[in-house]
Design a protein around this ligand. Structure first.
Ligand code: KG4
Ligand code: ZN
Length: 307
């Protein structure tokens, strides 16, 4: 079965054709990152308009050599206007081609990405670390999840983006922080991610972010205040923040995997691009799986595969 996958939940217009769930035949991504860089984050209306421009040319390119049997589209969660562009496009194709249409959860697709290369084992732990989501799920099977921990404020990728903005780096900030951190001392600042009362598997990154803000701009300063740190301090702050945020993810994941007798850990979402995250997970007694190359960030292939 050949499936056309459409993904427009945020700032990537992505279209793919996947055969039998995991054989990727076409995987096209038109990223808008450059367009949103100037805004320090994704500008929803601008994202929607770019999807309108990109979607049809990408679909035409994707189906050039393939007849598809089913259309799968990311139908949430995401930016409302942006999602609508993909869903309306997919509905129109489904109607015009007389092919069935299935809606796919964007976050479940992020988790599925780590399962595409080898058959998954269950029960296992799903770890979603992206710009919009951070959560832990106990997985009984594909599309059969129980949420066991989530963020009470920012997503971890969002925290990376906001800290990067404080250090005057453009969106998306994660890769900039990781690069800067290579030259920094990760033990220089004793940053710590938050804990949530009575919910040990939940995440909180807003206190950590505020701590970075006060370190960069002075106690009780707001985001517009001038920076009071040196270029070298920036490196140490990036390294210390990265260590605090990612150690928190790894520790909670390992605790959850132990509690729920998981056989493996599957990670999904843009933050899995972090080499530091993989390095920290090396202490795991459970096998840890990541998305294959090109499938960490938003893409249509995981939507088509899961669809
Ligand atoms: O999954 P994704 O493409 O979008 C959402 O569905 O949200 O994830 C994008 C996020 C951004 O916040 C970006 O800063 C983060 O992934 N990211 C990273 C790295 N590369 C991308 N965060 C930390 N370290 C990285 N190397
Ligand atoms: Zn995503």
């Amino acid at each position: 079965m050949k499936v056309l996958g459409i993904e427009t939940s945020c700032d990537e217009t992505a279209v793919a054709v996947v055969e039998d769930g995991n054989k990727i035949l076409v995987n096209l991504v038109a990223s808008q990152a450059k367009v949103h860089e100037q805004f320090g984050g994704v500008y929803p209306e601008v994202a929607s308009r770019h999807h309108v421009d990109q979607l049809v040319p990408l679909v035409e390119m994707a189906i050039k050599d393939h007849e598809v049997d089913l259309i799968a589209v990311a139908n949430g969660p995401g930016l409302m206007g942006a999602l609508l562009m993909g869903v309306i496009g997919a509905k129109s194709l489904s109607y015009g081609w007389e092919k069935p249409l299935v809606g796919v959860n964007h976050v479940e697709a992020h988790l599925y990405s780590a399962m595409m290369e080898s058959p998954p084992v269950f029960p296992s732990l799903g770890v979603v670390v992206s710009g919009g989501h951070t959560f832990l799920a106990k997985m009984h099977g594909i599309c059969d999840y129980e949420m066991i921990g989530t963020t009470v404020d920012d997503a971890v990728g969002e925290a990376f983006d906001k800290v990067a903005a404080l250090l005057e780096f453009p969106y998306p900030g994660g890769p900039h922080i990781e690069k800067l951190a290579l030259e920094g001392d990760e033990n220089k600042y004793p940053f710590k991610a938050g804990t949530v009362k009575k919910r040990p598997l939940d995440f909180s990154f807003s206190g950590l972010k505020t701590n970075v803000l006060y370190t960069v701009k002075g106690a009780n300063c707001d985001r517009k205040a001038p920076s009071i740190i040196s270029e070298d301090d920036k490196k140490h702050i990036a390294a210390s923040f990265q260590k605090a945020a990612l150690t928190n993810i790894v520790n909670k994941s390992l605790a959850a995997a132990k509690t729920f007798n998981c056989k493996a850990i599957y990670c999904g979402g843009g933050v899995t691009l972090s080499k530091k995250l993989k390095e920290l997970f090396e202490i795991s007694p459970y096998p840890v799986f990541y998305p294959p190359k090109g499938l960490s960030a938003d893409n249509g292939a995981v939507i088509a595969g899961l669809g």
